[in-house]
Design a protein around this ligand. Structure first.
Ligand code: FAS
Ligand code: PHB
Length: 389
């Protein structure tokens, strides 16, 4: 089989890249190791930056998002000094869109089906070859048969545990990482959201976040020790702890119910440089991971797709190599801005087990400044809604 761009991974990065490339006349094949059902079963992000909203619209995947998504003008923060709201629209003129990653992925699949894109599921043992040459190829197994795809470029959209990043020699790669000493226990419930906007809470017992998917589907998180397991947390125990950490104005009236999904995710900040090696381009979680506190993971995948789609379209349709030559630097500049913001939100809002009393006072002072300062709230609003491409 021959194609112009072989895309490894059918998550948001891979599907959005395939959609944008095909719309520009660039041929692709997407190789996904899981089934479509499995990909669509994952519960992940919930907040879209406005640049992600506009990219999905440009890809022809925004109709249901515009019907069912919920634009938010701001969010609440609850700290030792009380509850306050950061008004994104007032501070920087931008909103965010509350619309689950699962729905984004479903819309991308539907759009890919509509244009007859090639997505091969249950593709096992994907291996990338000849990336340093001008005729790269990909090998994979399916139904006991070995297949080969000849291509011009390979997009590694296969997430943190994929095959693409490790294919770049360790001598070429420089990895940067910070692992946080806690995780997020997340619950999805068919209950009305606790509030009209998201609530980020810094509480002496730990961080909590009240989010949502729609008027009757809520997403909640609490910080838990890394030693905890989902089995340690009954629904009743989760609701009781969440209510302790949320401001009473919302906790006292919020509706609870059975969890329809419950999971614990570890938190890390991770960047691997460069994001290009020969004919291979890393895109999304294959190149970087952010703690979900800043709602940047999915949005950074979209950011990389913005730069990579533009670069590959230039190379494949006009022989213009400038975009692929600058892709890694262009993408990483925005990655590190989001990395910094996600680190700041995480260190400002969580209680660290080894936190000294001095650390605690600094954290309280940081949040007090945010509560009082127009400049600080403008900086948060700019970053949370997404810096320009
Ligand atoms: P993905 O990981 O989504 O997709 C990669 C795809 O590649 C997968 O479908 C995988 O099956 C496939 N793949 C892997 N190896 C392969 C191989 N060798 N061959 C073929 N296919 C292969 N972000 C937020 O903004 N907010 C959140 O609340 C949030 N919560 C999260 C919770 C969890 C448990 C996780 C894991 C992530 C969360 N994220 C969150 C981050 C998440 O949304 C990612 O940023 C987003 O999925 C990135 O999309 P992709 O880069 O496409 O990677
Ligand atoms: C979510 O709704 O899943 C969500 C929202 C904001 C975050 C993280 C997760 O910062």
């Amino acid at each position: 089989m021959k194609t112009q761009v072989a895309i490894i991974g059918a998550g948001p990065a891979g599907l959005l890249l395939s959609q944008l490339l095909n719309k520009a006349g660039v041929s692709t094949v997407v190789l996904e190791r899981q089934t479509r059902e499995y990909v669509l079963s994952r519960i992940r992000a919930g907040v879209l930056e406005w640049s992600t909203v506009e990219l999905l619209r440009a890809a022809g995947c925004g109709d249901r998002m515009d019907r069912e998504g919920i634009p938010h003008d701001g969010c609440y923060l609850s700290t030792a000094h009380g509850l306050f709201r950061v008004d994104f629209k007032e501070r920087c003129g931008r909103q965010v869109m509350v619309y689950g990653q699962t729905e984004v992925t479903r819309d991308l699949y539907d759009a890919q089906d509509a244009i007859g894109a090639t997505i091969i599921h249950e593709a096992a043992d994907v291996a990338l070859h000849n990336l340093g040459g001008d005729a790269p190829y990909v090998i994979y197994q399916k139904d006991g048969v070995t297949h080969r795809i000849n291509c011009d470029y390979v997009a590694g959209c296969d997430g943190f545990h994929g095959v693409s990043r490790p294919t770049i020699p360790a001598s070429v790669r420089r990895d940067y990482e910070r692992v946080y000493p806690f995780g997020w226990l997340g619950v999805l419930s068919r209950t009305p959201p606790a509030a009209d906007e998201l609530i980020y809470a810094n509480h002496p017992r730990g961080f909590a976040l009240a989010s949502m998917r729609n008027a009757n589907l809520s997403r909640y998180y609490i910080q838990v020790p890394l030693s905890d397991t989902v089995e340690d947390w009954s629904d009743d125990a989760f609701w009781a702890e969440l209510k302790r950490r949320l401001p009473s104005r919302f906790a006292d009236t919020m509706k609870t119910g059975p969890s329809i999904e419950k999971s614990i995710a570890p938190l890390r900040s991770f960047v691997s440089e460069p994001m290009r090696w020969g004919r291979l381009f890393l895109c999304g979680d294959s190149a970087h991971i952010v703690p979900p506190t800043g709602a940047k993971g999915l949005n950074l995948a979209a950011s990389d797709v913005h730069y990579l789609s533009r670069a590959l379209i230039g190379a494949c349709t006009a022989g213009d190599l400038s975009g692929i030559d600058s892709y890694s630097a262009d993408a990483l500049a925005r990655v590190w801005q989001a990395m910094r913001f996600s680190w700041w939100m995480t260190t400002s809002l969580h209680r660290f087990p080894d936190q000294s009393e001095f650390d605690q006072k600094i954290q309280e002072s940081e949040l007090d400044y945010l509560a009082r300062s127009d400049a600080a709230q403008t900086a948060m609003a700019e970053n949370y809604t997404g810096l320009p491409f």
